[in-house]
Design a binder for this molecule. Sequence first.
Ligand SMILES: Cc1ncc(COP(=O)(O)O)c(C=O)c1O
Length: 465
Amino acid sequence: MQIHLSLDGAGGLGQRLYESLRRALIDGQVLAGQRLPSSRVLAAELGVSRRLVVEAYERLVAEGFLGAAPGRGTFVLRVPPRQREEERAGPGPGAHWRSLPAWGGRLAPGRHNFPGGATDRALLPWAAWRRAMMAALREASRDIGLYGDPRGEASLRLAIARYLGYSRGLACDGESLLITQGAQQGLDLLARVRVAPGDTVAMEEPGYPPARAVFEARGARVVPVPVDEQGLCVERLPDAASLIYVTPSHQFPLGMPMSLERRLALLAFARRHDALVVEDDYDGEFRFEGRPLDALKSLDREGRVAYLGSFSKVLHADLRLGYLVMPPGLAPALLQARAFSDGYPPLVTQRALARLMIDGDFARHLRRMQRLYTARRTRLGDALAAYPALWTALPQVAGIHVALCLRSPVADLSALLAAADIRANPLAAFYAGEPSLNGVLLGFGVIDGDAIDRGVAALAEAVTR
Ligand SMILES: Cc1ncc(COP(=O)(O)O)c(C=O)c1O
């Protein structure tokens, strides 16, 4: 293990060695659990006596930084959280960021796994992906190494533009597309170029907390606007709203699609108030009843809608790939913001995904997942229907999660879910204000077969208790 120690400074050599080691631990040069070089090796490297190293190690063991065990040598026990250093720095230009609550909704696996929106890595088309990656690597090895296009690779933009045409009724060309690292980067870029401190941003209530966090981080006043069975209640939008974030294909988290009437009303509002509509179409591809609704963006004749798509549901979030159909008026600013942020997206993954789409493997994967999710949704629906006295599932025609409303309120649903080892988010987590629904979001992206029945039975038992 490499550890950089400087023995410069005042004081005795032993003291300087101890302080330098301590600083390396606090600065995070080494991680908890890592083993330090033996005292003999470190003493030889630094040209000091072994006794000084042993003494420094002993002091740090006594302070709780290091541990020592026969056969394991000396290892890092714990390092102070980085945050403490930041706090010591006091409020500075970044203080606003740190004051935001973290979105704690990402769930680690437990016994019964219903995380919202996660998909199963094991079900990715790995063989096709390997072939596509190998081809992309071969291609990259023959390229001259110029920097890429901030919009992303042309081949991928073209493949996505075609896909949006037939799957979402969205006529766009590759020129207006920006490849992003997930929908989240698209949101961040839009917020940078379109939201200034004090601006009013409207969001569905309940809504997607990471979007709220991005707008709040820009200093916006984020106004929650209620939804009903037709989606966003457009008549409740504040006049001052300059940006409106919506999930029209599949409202996150409740699941209803936005009616055509509301879509048109929203576009009319945007025209009247010169507002930007951000359409987050995160999982509209999976549809279980009727024809997939076309994107809201397909109705936009004036360039007032920015359309966000993601490969996180159709493939996997680990890819960190998404896209943004840029309204023409915002394109120059968005490209500049992208260039300032991370330059351009990773070349090889983009080319591999383009190949997956062009060769038909992506479409095959979607068809397979559609069949699988249809079966899971039916199974989950049947399992939930066995407990009509406990809950009702909100109608769900698309996506990979179901919102469940409990008939009797449960005081601390998070604690109850944790105690039953059920990984699912209470609906309350998605409200900015007082939750009007008491329930839970059940994702079926990583759970299948009997596990669905067992999970629902565990939930029923927990709720009954
Ligand atoms: C509403 C919504 N938008 C977007 C995303 C996808 O984000 P990303 O593409 O950054 O993974 C998710 C994923 O959970 C989501 O629930």
